[in-house]
Ligand binder design. Structure first.
Ligand SMILES: [Zn+2]
Length: 154
């Protein structure tokens, strides 16, 4: 039995006999994941151009093989299920990011809507005023826009 020391956790371990001469770390999941990440980073650093232009190559290949994706998806319903779930998840995440970006102006609009005397006819004008003030960094509506309908407010 070959005794080795894991470079990630520092523990001693017995190398598996069939790979003892090339085994790099112990069998713990965390150590194997670190070793894999290190190996991958090392490989990418040695092959910096490998992943560049990948999308263009893929598009060219797909153009030469029309219907490939449709046939692949028809044959692999499990893949389609996972792919659709992943796409749904990415869309939810993108929407969530957009919501966070919109939250501050929305709070400002709600604050403006709470101003006394703001009737329904003024709501849109106040929203615009609120947005302008929010963008200008003013805590109170100091700028006013004219009503879009002649004779209403202004
Ligand atoms: Zn380890």
């Amino acid at each position: 039995m070959v005794q080795l020391r894991c470079p990630y956790c520092g523990d001693a371990f017995e190398a598996r006999p069939n790979v003892a001469d090339i085994q790099k770390c112990c069998g713990k999941k965390r150590c194997k994941a670190k070793r894999k990440a290190d190996a991958q980073a090392h490989w990418v650093s040695k092959n910096p151009d490998y992943f560049k232009g990948e999308y263009r190559r893929t598009r060219l290949w797909l153009a030469e093989h029309p219907g490939y994706q449709r046939r692949y998806r028809a044959k692999n319903p499990d893949y389609v299920r996972k792919d659709n779930a992943a796409r749904r998840w990415r869309r939810i995440q993108a929407r969530r990011r957009a919501d966070i970006q919109d939250a501050w102006p929305r709070r400002e609009i709600e604050r403006i809507q709470g101003v006394q005397g703001a009737d329904i006819q003024d709501t849109y004008r106040l929203r615009l005023d609120g947005l302008l003030c929010a963008l200008a960094g003013s805590p109170a509506p100091i700028c006013k826009t004219r009503s879009l309908v002649p004779g209403l407010g202004g």
